[in-house]
Design a protein around this ligand. Structure first.
Ligand SMILES: Cc1cc2nc3c(=O)[nH]c(=O)nc-3n(C[C@H](O)[C@H](O)[C@H](O)COP(=O)(O)OP(=O)(O)OC[C@H]3O[C@@H](n4cnc5c(N)ncnc54)[C@H](O)[C@@H]3O)c2cc1C
Length: 396
């Protein structure tokens, strides 16, 4: 019996989308698991061409960017359904499943605020999985305080000149376009005082270069992007003239969705780690008995189950609020905080239950132990989520 077959409190909230989740799980089992079986056991990341294939195939089946409108290539799904699919991808344990759903290289909510021409030219190929993008926001001196930017866009006649340096950019090596967020200088000699402006640029745009490569814990590299006298036309500003100085407001609009998607993936990973732990505890014997008979081992697994169920309920409830248009940012912050911290603990405990077996390279828990660690940093660190919640509670 697997833990996913258990009747759980969160099953109640999943009920409305069970057919969709079943169809996605069947796609993962029938098409992605056999492809993943051909990957070298110790490969942390699938090759770029395989990721691109998975993305396109999933988009053709209607899963990839399901919450985008049909006319843009999506499936008009409610956000709750998207959250359940991300959960199912994490829970599957299939290393290719996360690439079947839009993530950090997929359609960006920022582009939903693009001009009709930007939507057609840039957003539609991303929704269809035909292209990939990266987001260049973080700078050496602007991480959690993401909009204290020193990369500038200076108005120059009809267009702009961009200069600066971005760090820790995911997907830069295989993206078709970069979304670059800059401090705006309206050219009155007052310096970058005009708020933040986001640009969409092809990766081969003159003056835009990939610099340093940072090797990450889970094999996924990050990159530096440098902008040296990059000349950008007005139609590269996301949202056109109205987008000038408006990037912060545009990004805020989508923060909750991004955080809830990470939360859903974390809940799925935690559930997968729990399943591996329970199965192993039933089989592995020590001192003549299955280790699952020992209360110290049960403690690891029952504590994880309690945390995962609570976290799933919180994430799903927030997703529903998004669909109802009543989500408040502190709820998504709570969900992301809870889910990412739960997933880190769940993987750690399951690895402990596996002993040396889980520590060995090639075991799924060895990889997940490194992979899951990023989730308390991306989309706002755990501390930043706490700051958001504290402020909402009238503190600080
Ligand atoms: C795997 C991965 C992928 C990434 N991909 C991208 C990407 O594609 N594009 C991009 O632009 N960036 C990306 N980033 C960067 C990411 O957004 C930043 O790492 C994140 O915003 C945190 O910034 P920082 O690393 O500079 O940490 P800092 O902001 O320097 O924080 C350091 C520590 O101080 C804490 N801290 C900071 N401020 C406060 C506060 N007010 N109260 C309490 N504690 C605080 C933090 O929580 C953290 O523990 C990625 C990072 C990782 C790890």
């Amino acid at each position: 019996m697997s833990t996913s077959a258990l009747s759980t409190p969160s099953s109640v909230l999943e009920a409305g989308h069970r057919e969709l989740v079943d169809a996605f799980e069947s796609f993962v089992r029938r098409e992605l698991v056999p492809l993943a079986a051909e990957l070298p056991e110790t490969a942390d990341q699938p090759p770029a061409d395989l990721r691109a294939y998975v993305r396109k195939r999933s988009a053709a089946l209607g899963f990839y960017a399901g919450d985008y409108p049909e006319e843009l290539g999506g499936a008009d799904m409610p956000f709750t359904a998207v959250v359940l699919l991300h959960h199912a991808a994490g829970r599957s344990g299939c290393p290719l499943a996360p690439y079947a759903l839009a993530g950090s290289d997929g359609p960006s909510p920022l582009l939903r605020h693009g001009t009709p021409e930007q939507i057609e030219r840039h957003l539609v190929p991303l929704v269809r999985g035909e292209q990939a993008r990266c987001l260049a926001l973080t700078e050496p001196q602007a991480g959690s305080d993401a909009f204290r930017l020193t990369t500038t866009a200076v108005r120059d006649g009809d267009g702009w000149v961009l200069n600066g340096r971005k760090t820790f950019v995911s997907n830069a090596d295989r993206a078709d376009i970069a979304l670059v967020v800059t401090a705006t200088d309206l050219g009155e000699g007052a310096g970058p005082t005009g708020g933040a402006t986001a640009f969409v640029l092809p990766m081969d745009h003159p003056g835009l270069r990939i610099g340093q490569r940072y090797e990450g814990m889970s094999g996924e590299p990050l990159f530096e992007l440098t902008l040296d006298q990059v000349r950008a036309p007005m139609d590269a500003v996301i949202g056109g003239e109205e987008g000038v100085g408006a990037a912060t407001a545009l990004a805020m609009d989508s923060l909750s969705r991004g955080r809830l998607v990470v939360a859903a993936m974390c809940n799925g990973i935690a559930e997968y780690a729990l399943r591996l732990g329970v199965e192993y505890a039933r089989e592995r014997k020590a001192f003549g008995e299955p280790i699952g008979n020992y209360q110290h081992v049960q403690e690891h697994l029952v504590a994880t189950r309690a945390e995962v169920e609570a976290s799933k309920l919180l994430t799903l409830a927030c997703a529903r609020l998004v669909d109802e248009g009543t989500e408040a940012p502190e709820n998504a912050a709570l969900a992301k905080l809870t889910a990412s911290e739960t997933a880190v603990r769940a993987v750690d405990r399951s690895l402990q239950v596996h002993g040396a077996t889980g520590w060995v390279r090639g075991h799924p828990l060895e990889f997940l132990y490194r992979y899951v660690r990023m989730t308390t940093i991306i989309e706002g660190t755990s501390e930043v989520q706490k700051v958001i919640v504290a402020r909402a509670m009238g503190l600080g």
